[in-house]
Each structure stands twice: as structure tokens, then as C-alpha cells.
Design a binder for this molecule. Sequence first.
Ligand code: ADP
Ligand code: ADP
Length: 233
Amino acid sequence: TPILTLQGIYKRYQIGTAVETEVLHGIDLSLQAQEFVALTGPSGSGKSTLLNIIGLLEPPTSGTLQIAGQTTQGLDEAALTRLRGVTIGFVFQFHHLLPAFSALENVMLPAIIEQGRASSALEKQALALLERVGLGNAAHKKPSELSGGMQQRVAIARALLLQPKLILADEPTGNLDTKTADEVFALLQEFNQTHGSACLIVTHDPRLAARCDRQLTLVDGRLQKDFAQASRV
Ligand code: ADP
Ligand code: ADP
């Protein structure tokens, strides 16, 4: 069963009072549970917009969206937040770690917001995840004391804490050197394989895209390609 289904998704933005620009022109897309899919395409083709819509951060102008069997149309802000919290984990290029908090606190924050409190069980899980991404010794360090690759691994641990069914990653390796990018990518793949989370990853790196189950290409707001890749079929 699909974890995500998009049907006829259009997105238009109003510019001023009279002009409207259409950024997505009818996107149909289905992602199976456990699929690891690359989203590529030129700058300005609509990748971030599509990811924001899938992540329930902004509504489509028209079209329908189903996540984990739930249709999102008509849900109020509170219901969307709940659905987002239990199904989706975000990883961004510029990780958005809060500088005043330790790595451990950064990993726990979204879960604390979601659950309303910081339990010791949560802290144990967060520490275990930090160990798993190789940062067991850095749990109490501030982001500024960590390298870019380490910060990105903290952001991944944070995205994974609530064991999301769908991981959305917007150029998670964009600002990293090749070796670190490979490590961060491998971490996402490992989580995909061990937990069965589906993953949709925006990347400009053809090497990484080639390692995904499937590669989608967005050009001028339309999906161009949708082919299964020989390597993992
Ligand atoms: P990509 O992520 O592929 O670079 P984006 O989704 O960021 O593409 O943007 C696609 C197009 O939509 C761009 O032309 C961008 O300027 C436009 N766009 C994105 N967000 C808005 C907005 N809030 N208002 C108006 N235009 C927008
Ligand atoms: P990126 O190039 O990293 O994908 P975006 O294009 O998504 O960045 O832009 C970042 C923010 O600016 C988003 O919130 C997006 O909605 C907004 N934005 C992008 N293009 C426009 C635009 N032409 N007019 C208004 N807001 C825009």
C-alpha cells in the first residue's frame, strides 16, 4: 500500500493583486511504504514547493493528497500538525539546529513539542539515536562545536526520533563534501532499510540519485521521469 498518493496537485502563487503564477501543473505521484526515491530537477522547477506540500507545510491550490491512508483535504491546522508529527520526518540542507541547545536537546525538541513533555524514555531513545549516527560522545555539545557533517547527522537523528513513516529530505547533503555526503546518505538508507520508512530526497547529486530505488525529475512544475532503477529492482 502506498504511504503517499498525490493526485492532480496544482500550486499557484498570487503575485501582487492581478498576476498569478502556476508553479506545479498537475502532479500525480505515488510512493510505496519503504521506497527510497530521489527528486531531482533544475533550480526553480518546484522541488521545494512540492516537498512543502507533501510535508503539509503549505496547501496545494487544488488536487488531493493522501498520507498514511489519510486524506488531508479539510483537515484543520491542529489535525495537520498531528498527522505531520506522527508520519513525517524532515531533514533540511541548512539543518535548522537551535544554537543555544545541545545536540541531545535539539534531537528531542520536536518530540517534546509533539508529546508535551520530555520523558526519560525519550531521552534514552534520543541518546541511542545519537550513538547510532556516531555522535554518542557529542550529545552535550552545542551545534557550533560540531562540524557540518556532524550537525547534519544531528538533524537526521532529530528527524528519525519519532520513527516517521515518511522522511522528506531537501538537499540534506548539499553543503557537505563528497565523503561526508556519502555517510549522511548511507545513514538515511540504513534507516530506510531497518525501519521501513519511505524516503523522498531532493538531491542535485547524480551519484546519490542513482543509488535510490527510483528517480523523479521535475521540470517546470511537471514530473518527467518515473522509472525503477535496475540496481535495486
Ligand atoms: P526548486 O526547489 O526546484 O528550486 P521552488 O519550489 O523553490 O523550486 O520554486 C519554484 C518556483 O516557485 C520558483 O519560480 C519560485 O520563485 C516560485 N515560488 C516558490 N515559492 C513562492 C511563493 N511563496 N510565492 C511566489 N512564488 C514562489
Ligand atoms: P530554495 O531555492 O532553497 O528552494 P525557496 O525557493 O523554497 O528556496 O524559497 C525559500 C522561501 O521563499 C520559501 O518559503 C518560498 O515559499 C519563498 N519564495 C520563494 N520564491 C518566492 C517568490 N518568488 N515570491 C515569494 N516568496 C518566494
